[in-house]
Design a protein around this ligand. Structure first.
Ligand SMILES: [Fe+2]
Length: 412
């Protein structure tokens, strides 16, 4: 609810691209998840808040109930926001009653899944409202300032020691190859797609110490990156032509200069040159890497680099709501940091690990049925809750997807 505070009821109705959902729908759907998969089965005498909500707020669980087409979610003027908030209160108080008793261990497992599900939708609420505001000609800001108590990065002059433009140097850290294990280890929560832990073989590799910045990406654009078919995968070049791509999703040209739209409003590229580029597709990340004479990491290379690192970085909890300048990261002086700012596209197709077994029943539809035609992203973004991300976490999107905070980390 905290994340929807800056939004008006009208803001919360907008569904501005096929991937996005209205904020009001996110509030209702995350509530529906607890009602449908926990309360209906595990709280004796639970009364459904509304008989129609059981299917109305189902996203994609075919074996649970029919559900409306995704593109119609912006048509849900009813139930109104007040009723959705009452729905949340109704389910919250029922959850409290359930937890006051002695819940079945399976109920506890599903509650943990429901909390993690809600964290995913917290991120989606922000990426979706960013798209909604980008498509609004008035270009509203989700938030003007960082939350109280969070540190605004020092100004550019201070960061660069007054020396003007000083991009944090791009360096590559060497990692040994060999036989390793990948996937979630231990008893803590993970999604089914992070299991089973299994052996992988890695050749020695090198991974960039930071993400590709907007300034570097602007050089790719200025160098004709979007006009040279030889840099692109065939499907990527088709996407460039079909969609007229000339820059990342939220870059607009104004008087010969780029502006970048963020949750904190439209900002000139000149103020973001050291900030990681985001809202690029897999195809753009891949083409940039080829232009730079590098490649994207595999998901297992990224995991090998991240394993053992504390989950630290510019995540939702920082309150910054946009990627941080790479200079801040480098000046913190701890080498390659894998988490936060932008999800990184990997060159790995999203597939089940050897021996993958989806959850039993309807919840088996959560991840497994999407293991076709999508690429894995790793590391979390500036709108991912810190408690949500880990070394084994696998995000996944179709390669043409651009509305997420998705960026580029080079490997070789
Ligand atoms: Fe969901």
């Amino acid at each position: 609810m905290f994340l929807s505070e800056p939004l008006t009821p009208e803001d919360m109705m907008v569904q501005s691209c096929p991937e996005a959902s209205p904020a009001k729908w996110h509030l209702a759907h995350t509530t529906w998840f607890f009602e449908s998969f926990v309360l209906r089965e595990f709280l004796a005498g639970y009364r459904l808040f509304h008989p129609q909500f059981a299917w109305l707020f189902n996203s994609y669980y075919e074996t649970f109930s029919p559900f409306p087409e995704k593109r119609l979610r912006a048509s849900f003027a009813r139930p109104g926001l007040d009723e959705v908030l009452r729905y949340r209160e109704h389910v919250d108080s029922a959850m409290e009653r359930l937890l006051e008793g002695d819940p079945d261990p399976e109920a506890l497992r599903r509650i943990e899944l429901g909390v993690n599900h809600e964290e995913q939708h917290q991120e989606l609420l922000l990426t979706d409202i960013l798209n909604a505001f980008f498509t609004n000609p008035l270009k509203p800001k989700y938030r003007d300032q960082e939350r109280e108590g969070t540190r605004e990065p020092e100004d550019r002059e201070q960061r660069t020691g007054g020396a003007g433009r000083l991009r944090a140097p791009l360096e590559f850290q060497q990692f040994e190859g060999g036989l390793r294990e990948a996937g979630h280890a231990g008893d803590s929560f993970c999604f089914d797609n992070e299991l089973p832990r299994h052996r992988v073989w890695l050749e020695p590799f090198r991974l960039a110490n930071r993400l590709v910045t907007c300034g570097e990406y602007a050089e790719f654009i200025a160098g004709g990156g979007y006009r040279k078919a030889e840099l692109w995968l065939s499907a990527g070049w088709d996407a460039v032509k079909a969609n007229g791509w000339q820059a990342p999703l939220y870059w607009t040209a104004k008087d010969g200069a780029w502006n970048v739209f963020t949750l904190r409003g439209d900002q000139p590229l000149t103020s973001l040159e050291d900030v990681p580029v985001s809202q690029v597709s897999f195809y753009e990340a891949d083409a940039y890497a080829r232009w730079a004479g590098r490649r994207l990491p595999t998901e297992f290379e990224w995991e090998a680099a991240a394993e053992g690192q504390p989950v630290e970085g510019n995540l939702l909890d920082s309150g910054r709501l946009m990627p941080s300048p790479a200079t801040d990261l480098i000046q913190s002086g701890s080498g390659t940091k894998c988490y936060g700012d932008c999800w990184v596209w990997t060159s790995s197709a999203y597939l089940g690990y050897p021996g993958f077994r989806p959850l039993d029943g309807t919840l088996g539809e959560y991840n497994g049925k999407f293991m076709s035609g999508q690429m894995v992203l790793r590391g979390g973004s500036c709108v991912t809750p810190r408690a949500h991300i880990r070394a084994s976490y696998r995000n996944f999107f179709a390669p043409e997807t651009r509305w997420q905070f998705s960026g580029i980390r080079l490997a070789s």
